[in-house]
Ligand binder design. Structure first.
Ligand code: G3P
Ligand code: CA
Length: 289
């Protein structure tokens, strides 16, 4: 069938396969979450980061906490990393298992099997009795490309080789390259050397330099910009001056950890580009654009 439009002839039979192929590609990109994530790291986008998962409602750094965060509509699940005696990366904030499990001891002195025998839910509430500490690999297995990951390399003086193992797992689960640079993965650390090592291994991964109270005046943000895409610090340290410096250096600003809606709105109005929160429920009506 041929149509004549302004003397041009369009062959419908020829363009149908092109249309079908375009639809398939768009559908595949949507499944891979690439199209929707492209503007994730735009300065215009205000990000909600589920600090340790939905940790106000479920035990921090468990699959239950991450699942709930996803259900509640977070932009990112935050994952702190520790390394076991036998070299596995697990999701845990502290150096020891004491606070968030029924066990005792340093993660670095325990094997994965020993950590898996612990109850990581009862300390939070009986409803979570028997919940286990997840490995990073289990988190990737569970959420694949359906979640966005904001991962922290912690205690890097103790967790030697953590960066290499993290990159290995990101590669295994196809979370590097364009997938990472579109915003699906962010790696954060208080340790600039850890971030620089990651940057040397894989430039595709967006990095965020965390800055402690003691260091807030020591960082040259123009230097940070050479390897990182953003900075994170305690929300009480985010002054107008800090925001202006970060903006000038074209760095994203992600303060932690803000559980007060008015404070989140105030920070947003001042120009920060996202917040870590334990309490996702308060963020539901925030305009994120
Ligand atoms: O990563 C931002 C924030 O989580 C840093 O503090 O101690 O909760 O890991 P912390
Ligand atoms: Ca953290």
């Amino acid at each position: 069938m041929h149509y004549n439009i302004s003397k041009k002839v369009i062959n419908v039979k020829k363009i149908i396969p092109v249309i079908i192929l375009t639809i398939i590609i768009l559908f595949a990109l949507k499944i891979m979450n690439i199209t929707s994530d492209e503007d994730l790291l735009s300065r215009e986008n205000f990000l909600i980061i589920a600090h340790r998962g939905a940790s106000a409602y479920a035990p921090e750094h468990t699959l239950e906490s991450y699942r709930l965060a996803q259900e509640m509509g977070t932009d990112y699940i935050e994952i702190d990393l520790q390394m076991t005696k036998d070299g596995h990366l697990i999701a845990m904030h502290d150096l020891t298992v004491d606070r968030t499990t029924d066990g005792k001891g340093y993660v670095k002195d325990l094997t994965l099997e020993e950590i898996k025998s612990l109850d990581a839910g009862s300390w939070f509430s009986d409803a979570f009795k028997g919940v286990k500490v997840p490995t990073l690999e289990e988190v990737f297995e569970e959420f694949g490309h359906d979640a966005n990951y904001y991962i922290e390399t912690k205690n890097t003086d103790v967790n030697i080789g953590m960066e290499e193992e993290l990159i290995r797992l990101l590669e295994k689960y196809h979370l590097t390259g364009k997938v990472a640079s579109s915003g699906k993965v962010i790696i954060q650390s208080f340790d600039a050397e850890s971030l620089k090592r990651i940057h040397e291994m894989d430039e595709s991964i967006p990095l965020v330099q965390l800055i402690s109270k003691d260091e807030i005046n020591q960082y040259n943000l123009n230097e940070v910009k050479k390897y990182a895409l953003g900075v994170g610090t305690h929300f009480e340290l985010v002054s107008e001056e800090f925001i202006q410096q970060a903006k000038k250096a074209e760095l994203l600003i992600h303060p932690f950890t803000v559980d007060d809606l008015n404070m989140i709105k105030e920070l947003k109005d001042k120009g920060v580009t996202g917040v870590f929160t334990n309490d996702l429920a308060i963020t539901v009506n925030i305009d994120t654009e």
